[in-house]
Ligand binder design. Structure first.
Ligand code: KIV
Ligand code: ZN
Length: 518
């Protein structure tokens, strides 16, 4: 007889495309969401919260497309606790192989009185009936008492007991405003589970915000002290205000300290860094260099003592292996003479799939253009190049034909740009710097009137020969779009990013951040 007891599984529930998208400026198109969903599926995330279907037609379509595409993860949609929202969720999700309806209503005295203007009895009834309605259509229903960490224990027990009775299969306790502290939060959940008579009929989960920088610590305390077996999290810790629990941090904490947590996590960690990059490129939210696990310095050893130690025995200063979380070894992977097959093979090894032959041909052409300018092509270059290609819309309105600029000490920078829509158009402008002059020249042709919300430059690899990757965020008429451009010349990269953003504004596919419409 085997004495081996299988470990408990910790479910990783990703909400990058729902709560993450609530970060101002992080709104995503349907196609961008699909790319992120595929990356999360490859990373073997258990549950993907794809959006908030009732919030806009755009989000409904995005959730539906993800539900129809993803096969290996459960696809979930968030719905307020009312029949209309839940029905929209059901309609968007029902094509999925495995799907979940997630419904929520606030239960703290403050939220019930001031925001919902409902009595506790009304909230109780609405929670109960909503779970019942969802459960009639879907066998997998998650219920969240919003602002749960600031709710009264007795009332919360009543609501959650009723939700489980009506068939909720997962109970998720949100720390909506990031107010909790680890020990207290863990014990709060333990008390809920002890007091609620049917608590063992549901799987328990937490959803933490990072306002005090405690989201990961609170989630782990809920696992350890409260016995929860699902953590809601986002790639790069993206999310409303200061963000949510960071996926990469909780996953690596539980894996690295398996001696302490003793839990089984299904995530393929080698996809963490590529997925982090993808999310950063799509949302325009740059990852801070000292961010745990995915920051550029997370595995960099600057001091001589540390470098010496790592060279002698890497465990002296490294608790995780960079390659285990998907950092490439920075070796040259391709160059000018590399052919189509080598290019395709390397993309495959990086877990990158493109849609059809035409996409591969275009990406290969861009790779050749880059290899003409840059002798050594690294994995990071390929990832950036493919991300830029995928970010292009099928009917780009504006194309960059050529550009030049002149600047020098004591001179006002000037730029000349030629763009093409149906015909070629040329403009010149002066500005405070070469990028400013270039953007002014582009604007004098495109006349978009858009407001520039963000301009950020990142080096794709180390060294001055690195490609610059620029993100530009533009806003117009309530729509916010991100454009990404890469080039070894950062002014050209900036122009490409600006034009990519203009094309998104033109294409009309981008939607406003859905939660802003509620
Ligand atoms: O923060 C929160 O309370 C939420 C819920 C809807 C789960 O995002
Ligand atoms: Zn949240």
């Amino acid at each position: 007889m085997s004495t081996h007891l299988s470990k408990d599984r910790l479910i990783i529930f990703d909400t990058t495309m729902r709560d993450g998208e609530q970060s101002p400026g992080a709104s995503m198109t349907r196609d961008e969401k699909l790319r992120i969903a595929r990356a999360l599926e490859r990373m073997r995330v258990d549950v993907i919260e794809a959006g908030f279907p009732a919030s806009s037609n755009g989000d409904f379509e995005a959730v539906r497309a993800i539900a129809n595409t993803v096969k290996d993860s459960t696809v979930c949609g968030l719905c307020r606790a009312n029949d209309r929202d839940i029905q929209r969720g059901i309609d968007a999700l029902k094509g999925a192989k495995s799907w979940r309806v997630h419904t929520f209503i606030a239960t703290s005295p403050l939220h019930m009185e001031k925001k919902l203007r409902m009595t506790p009895e009304q909230v109780y009834e609405q929670a109960r009936l909503s779970v019942r309605f969802a459960r009639n259509a879907c066998p997998d229903v998650e219920f969240s008492p919003e602002d749960g960490s600031r709710s009264e224990l007795d009332f919360l027990c009543r609501v959650l007991e009723a939700a489980i009775k009506e068939g909720a299969t997962t109970i998720n306790i949100p720390d909506t405003v990031g107010y909790a502290v680890p020990q207290q939060f863990g014990e709060f959940i333990r008390k809920l589970r002890e007091r609620i008579p049917n608590s063992d009929k549901a799987l328990w989960s937490v959803h933490c915000h990072n306002d005090l920088g405690l989201a990961v610590a609170n989630s782990l305390a809920a696992v350890q002290l409260g016995g929860v077996r699902q953590i809601e999290c986002t790639v790069n810790g993206l999310g409303e205000r200061a963000g949510n629990t960071s996926l990469e941090e909780v996953v690596m904490a539980v894996k690295t300290r398996s001696d302490f947590f003793d839990l089984d996590v299904g995530i393929d960690t080698t996809h963490i860094v590529p997925t982090s990059r993808l999310v950063s490129q799509i949302t325009g939210f740059v990852v801070q260099p000292n961010k745990a696990v995915v920051g550029a310095n997370a595995f960099a050893h600057a001091s001589g003592i540390h470098q010496d130690g790592v060279l002698k025995a890497r465990q002296t200063y490294e608790i995780m292996r960079a390659e285990d979380v998907g950092w490439s070894t920075n070796k040259i992977v391709l160059g000018k003479l590399s052919g189509r097959n080598a290019f395709r093979q390397r993309l495959k090894e990086l877990g990158i799939e493109l849609d059809g032959e035409e996409a591969y041909n275009k990406a290969f052409q861009r790779f050749k253009d880059l290899a003409d300018k840059k002798a050594d092509i690294f994995d990071e270059d390929l990832q950036a190049l493919v991300a830029q290609e995928a970010g292009r819309t099928t009917e780009d309105h504006w194309h960059l034909v050529t550009m030049s600029q002149a600047s020098g000490m004591g001179e006002r920078p000037r730029a000349a740009v030629v763009l093409r829509d149906t015909v070629e158009k040329r403009a010149e402008a002066q500005g405070d710097g070469p990028v400013d002059a270039t953007f002014k020249a582009i604007e004098s042709i495109a006349k978009s009137g858009a407001e520039l919300l963000l301009f950020s430059v990142n080096a794709v690899t180390t060294g001055t020969e690195s490609q610059g990757e620029v993100t530009v965020r533009l806003a117009k008429g309530g729509r916010v779009v991100n454009g990404v451009g890469g080039d070894t010349d950062i002014v050209v990269a900036s122009a490409k990013a600006y034009i990519a953003a203009l094309n998104k504004l033109e294409s009309k596919v981008e939607r406003v951040n859905p939660q802003h419409q509620l």
